[in-house]
Design a protein around this ligand. Structure first.
Ligand code: GDP
Ligand code: ADP
Length: 305
């Protein structure tokens, strides 16, 4: 055994290991910063990982290191931003409190939108039952032809007036199984304990590759699955103005039995708590106004990268 190792006392060995680990951690943090600086990774994606795991390289990144890796944010600007957001410059991303996380995420999303960033190609619109997802999505379809709306596959039967390939691709259980098995769905879920719904992967990937923006109007489980499959997606949570208004919309729509309405409202209560997982909240007071807010997220004000 070499002399140097023989002489190493356990504390020294610990110190060597600790310093190796520190170098590796510093390298990992530098790699995160470099990928953001090069535009290879969305800063929103870095935040997501940091907030999920405080001990990851992303979570250990100091807020100043994070902000200054975003192109066009220097040290001075970063200090001003952090002052506005009431976040100490010494904080690490993983150590931020709930409100600080929210403020930082909102700031970064707005920055990306204003600077033609990358987070806006794939936008997911989700929210509890009867909040108006379908109404807002169909308003966008009519008034914003430049936005591509993903058409889902479903095992439910067509309702009067629904058009195959426009409202949905209506398929039977065997075909839905085949779509899952062949990996043709980006995500799928059983919604309201009834039918299966899924997003065809091909059209979404083709639209993004062509530089278009795609909107998915899906349920909350679906939004979570899209986040796992495509972390760069922007998740928008549509909220009702009040709980009573949500109840009024569900009852007013008149498409469910009172028992089914009750069941959906129970689910809605749980789902409303998921709002913090989303990048943006839009309150659906008024359909054109809510639609505009969603579309604004998809169309950066000063062009695209
Ligand atoms: N996960 C997932 N959910 C979807 C998809 N397409 C539609 N949904 C959701 O399925 C639910 C039921 O939709 P629909 O049958 O049109 O009835 P609605 O209850 O009148 O909106 C809504 O919450 C949609 O957001 C999809 O592709 N994936
Ligand atoms: N901003 C709004 N103000 C008033 N009513 C609305 C608004 N948005 C949607 N609605 C109504 O609420 C009901 C539920 O909307 P819908 O789009 O079917 O919800 P979801 O797709 O989220 O289940 C519908 O009757 C719709 O006309």
């Amino acid at each position: 055994m070499p002399e140097s190792v023989k002489r190493s006392t356990p504390p020294e060995v610990d110190r060597v290991a600790a310093s190796r680990a520190a170098v590796a951690a510093r390298r990992a943090r530098a790699a995160v910063k470099a990928s953001v600086a090069a535009g290879e990774r969305s800063p929103l994606d870095v935040l997501r990982v940091a907030f999920e795991d405080a001990e990851s390289a992303e979570g250990r990144l100091r807020v100043t290191e994070f902000l200054t890796s975003i192109p066009a944010i220097g040290v001075t600007k970063s200090a001003r931003i952090l002052e506005d957001l009431e976040i100490s410059t010494a904080k690490r991303l993983g150590g931020l409190g709930r409100l600080q996380r929210r403020r930082l995420r909102e700031f970064v999303a707005a920055w990306i939108a204003a600077h033609g960033g990358t987070g806006d190609r794939l936008v997911v619109l989700a929210g509890p039952t009867a909040v108006g997802k379908g109404t807002v999505a169909s308003y966008i379809r009519r008034h914003h032809p430049e936005v591509r709306l993903s058409v889902s596959a479903t095992t439910r039967s067509p309702r009067p007036g629904e058009v195959e390939g426009e409202s949905y691709y209506f398929v039977d259980d065997a075909e839905f199984d085949r779509l899952i098995d062949s990996g043709e769905l980006l995500e799928w879920a059983t919604v309201h304990n009834a039918n299966r719904y899924g997003t065809p992967r091909g059209p979404v990937e083709a639209a993004i590759a062509a530089g278009d923006s795609v909107l998915l109007e899906i349920d909350i489980q679906g939004a979570r699955a899209v986040r796992r499959a495509m972390p760069e997606a922007t998740l928008v949570f549509l909220l009702p103005p009040t709980w009573d208004e949500l109840v009024r919309r569900l009852v007013g729509r008149g498409t469910e039995s009172p028992a089914e309405q009750q069941r959906r409202l129970e689910t809605a209560k749980v789902e409303l708590a998921a709002v913090d997982e989303f990048d943006h909240e839009v309150v659906n007071h008024d359909v054109p106004e809510a639609a505009q807010k969603v579309v604004d997220l998809m169309r950066p004000r000063s062009g695209r990268r």
